[in-house]
Design a protein around this ligand. Structure first.
Ligand code: PLP
Length: 285
């Protein structure tokens, strides 16, 4: 694979990051994952906008290459011949001369910018979309600024391991009795044809796929309620699903061992998946 590091396109084995990089030492970095279908980027503009917000919320310097990010994404997709897959982008506060809690002077420490691709031939016709996934609920033990897409992914990783140990595919996290989101996705239920998903706030990541799916749902005259819900309400729902850049719309068929609806993917989630894939392909870049 060819990867991008601070202005250079290099074979992955030749790419290097300093041991003093604050991303490595302190998880002082932000990231984005953009999907690629038919060699084109899905909702790049949405991801670029959220990236700028994540950087600014953390007072991170905007890297000089920021205006060129679309070109860099496209070049990596071309060099690695990605037809279906993902582009991962990470920007950290860079590598000062020594380890220190205080932020380094942005005049002397430039941000570190890394991009790589992941080839996922089955991305859009993932068999899991036909079967649905199983989730468990776990306590949400992440920090309180989940709206910033930082690389602090230890608790979500632990959540995936807890799901795996329980024979499930993912975990929905609970705070004050309500579902916040999945470990790497936004969570939804459907009751009487109304799509219910948690309102935006600092408690969840503002999913780029979420924004698009809700827009498409409203355009298709579907009812949407942005509010919190409990696991008990989800277990009584007609359908459930998750969204993210790497899963698009993925049905959830079991929550904490309880089947949702008929225990098979429901019609509304299937329709939303189809609309999302069709509409976002039309405007892919
Ligand atoms: N919520 C969390 C915690 C995530 O990590 C992600 C994606 O990685 C999402 C939601 C979905 O966001 P997006 O649709 O922008 O991929």
């Amino acid at each position: 694979r060819t990867v991008y590091v601070n202005g250079a396109y290099l074979p992955e084995a030749e790419a290097k990051i300093s041991v003093f990089d604050r991303g490595f030492l302190m998880a002082d970095g932000v990231y984005e994952v953009t999907s690629v279908l038919d060699g084109k980027l899905i909702d790049f503009a949405g991801h670029a906008k959220r990236l700028e917000r994540s950087l600014s919320e953390l007072d991170m310097p905007q890297p000089a290459c920021l205006p060129d990010l679309l070109d860099i994404h496209r070049e990596l997709v071309r060099l690695n011949e990605i037809d279906k897959g993902l582009v991962y982008l990470q920007i950290t506060r860079g590598a000062p001369d020594d380890r220190d809690f205080a932020f380094p002077d942005p005049e002397t420490t430039a941000p570190t910018v890394v991009l790589f691709t992941q080839n996922k031939p089955g991305l859009s016709d993932n068999p899991a979309a036909k079967k649905g996934i199983k989730v468990i609920s776990i306590e949400d033990q992440r920090w309180a600024r989940r709206d910033i897409k930082t690389v602090q992914l230890l608790y979500p990783s632990m959540g995936k391991m807890m799901a795996k140990a329980a024979g499930a595919d993912d975990a929905w996290m609970i705070e004050d009795g309500a579902v916040t989101e999945g470990t790497s996705n936004n969570a939804y239920i459907i009751k009487n044809n109304t799509i219910i998903t948690r309102h935006l706030g600092n408690e969840i990541l503002h999913g780029i796929t979420r924004a698009a799916v809700l827009r498409f749902a409203k355009e298709a005259q579907m009812k949407v309620e942005e509010r919190s819900f409990t696991i008990a309400e989800a277990q009584e729902a007609d359908e459930a699903f998750i969204t993210s850049a790497s899963t698009f719309v993925m049905p959830v068929v079991e929550i904490d061992g309880t089947a949702i609806g008929a225990g098979t993917p429901g019609p509304v989630a299937a329709r939303l998946r189809e609309i999302y894939l069709d509409e976002s392909r039309k405007v892919a870049v």
